[in-house]
Write a protein of this length. Structure first.
Length: 156
């Protein structure tokens, strides 16, 4: 006499539940993912900064360190924040970007405050040209066998 159990994992109702769970998990992986990066200070704190009144150290205490500083001028501070949305395997799309630029004068007092958004950005088209380099164009064989016989005895 064979033993038969009614508690099988693969009954019709269990298979339906498993299929629903698998479909739900697959749909979840296609959901929209939003990533926020950068450092954008609170607008109320930025409103407390008065042009011509606040020093660089006070801005540092109030807003924290900037995302970046200008390359050749330490008196330009940039606070950058960006929201990027990604869906499944598609190319990420920038949804929101805010840039706060604080410029200081030579006395390290706030000279100018500028706020930029995604609308202020410009698309830059990359160029496929290759910059030529000076020197000879050598094949791989010339590079490998080019030094054969060139070595001199250093004792002479």
């Amino acid at each position: 006499m064979a033993y038969r159990s009614n508690d099988s994992l693969f009954t019709n109702s269990n298979l339906l539940r498993i299929n629903v769970m698998v479909i739900f998990i697959m749909l979840q992986s296609c959901s929209n993912k939003t990533i926020t990066t950068g450092n954008l200070p609170d607008p109320d704190l930025v409103a407390n900064i008065e042009v011509g009144q606040v020093s660089k150290n006070e801005v540092l205490e109030l807003l924290g360190s900037p995302s970046t500083k200008a390359t050749f001028n330490d008196n330009d501070w940039y606070y950058v924040s960006e929201k990027i949305s990604t869906r499944a395997f598609f190319h990420p799309e920038t949804v929101k970007r805010k840039v706060l630029i604080i410029q200081f004068d030579k006395r390290e007092i706030v000279k100018k405050i500028t706020q930029l958004s995604l609308k202020d950005g410009e698309k830059i088209e990359m160029v496929d040209r290759i910059t030529p380099t000076a020197g000879k164009e050598m094949t791989i064989l010339k590079q490998i066998f080019g030094n054969v016989g060139r070595f001199e005895n250093s004792n002479e």
